[in-house]
Design a protein around this ligand. Structure first.
Ligand code: ZN
Length: 70
């Protein structure tokens, strides 16, 4: 009678997709877990990659002696 917070009797565990926030089946059957689909997975990886590849601005003329002319 009690409505527990347990997952359904299917044994499937639902999680929130980090990509779209929707429901995603966290099971071996879902190869994109914890994402709900390949698109969300790719989108997240893309965002992560862009963050990883983001490099700080190079120092201008760093190590190069210039402007020595007085
Ligand atoms: Zn998603």
């Amino acid at each position: 009678m009690k409505a527990a917070a347990a997952p359904s009797t299917t044994g499937q565990r639902l999680v929130h997709c980090p990509g779209c926030g929707g429901k995603s089946v966290f099971a071996p059957s879902n190869r994109f877990r914890p994402f709900c689909s390949e698109r969300c997975r790719q989108a997240d990886l893309g965002a992560w990659a862009s963050e990883a590849f983001r490099v700080p601005a190079p120092s201008p003329d760093d190590g190069i002696e210039s402007g020595s002319a007085a």
